[in-house]
Ligand binder design. Sequence first.
Ligand code: GLY
Length: 371
Amino acid sequence: MINRREWLAGAVALPAAQTGAARNIVIASSNGLRPCAKAMDILKAGGDTLDAVIAGVNIQEEDPNDDSVGLGGLPNEEGVVELDASLMHGPTRRAGAVAALRNIKYPSKVAKAIMEQTDHVMLVGDNALRFAKALGFLEENLLTEKSRLAWLVWKSTLRDPKGHSNWSDGLDAPANGDGKPTASAEPPAWLRDRFPHVADDLLAYAWDRAVHPITGTINCLALNTKGEMSGVTTTSGLAWKIPGRVGDSPIVGAGVYVDQEVGAAGSTGRGEENIRVAGAHTIVENMRHGMPPKDAVLDCLKRVSRNYNHDRARLGKFDINFYALRKDGVYAGGSLWNGGISRGKLSPRKFAVNDGGASRLEDCVSLYERR
Ligand code: GLY
């Protein structure tokens, strides 16, 4: 039987293995090398853990070359970028979130403002934009030339049942390829004809994104020497989504969850699967009940797999990754598959870590092997 003081201290929830000294440590998804370094600088200077992870992910949000986050994120099916983010501040146990936000490249900052300057946790869509503008956030077009091209290429691949596309040469145009859909690794000849002035590399990138729509995202989790923890997840979501589609990233308990008595967790990849297992919360609860971070993540991935009766053919159509940081600094990254396919090649799943030196990538533990 536990007494009230033990319960309040969370002592009953913590196995002996979790009593190690806290240290400065930041982990993130694989696009988080620079964000981890930035967050670590802030931790070393004595900054707050939430300020640290937000400053970290802001780097990706403003980077036009990260097409899964913020400026340059791949747009919805109408060519409009819609951003989602959520965060949790361990010391105060507060949370903020924003979904389907347009025209503001820092959804993580908007989520923090919602946490700090409203009595709510989440705002969405046009009203989230109105709120952000009221606070002085700058509106801008988040579509870059690169992401616009990728969107146009994707539109060019859409066909009616007869194979016709309104987004290809007209029926009266000189024959230059049949434009039939194909999932080849390289851009088909008809696409090259359609975009004659686009560089080969750029066209290959756009074709890859059309054939393999991404659910990139960045998640970043931090622990400091005082044992304080915070986490944030920010994304442009699923490329070519239906306008208004909201993934897991802005869902507290799915995209991110923090209980600094136990640890923090977050996710990237196909949000629909994560929402159905409340992944970040599940992982933190697994750690609360004594699972090491690696096992906590693998258990969550097994829940994703179970939702498909472990059918690898269907599971093979998507990727999902989880990250876990325990309050004693032990961490893990885990993925459903050992690697993802990009431009026809398998790239191993990694995650970013910074424990005070240079950021590095470490291998994710994975549930299944893609061949
Ligand atoms: N995990 C990002 C998304 O599915 O929107």
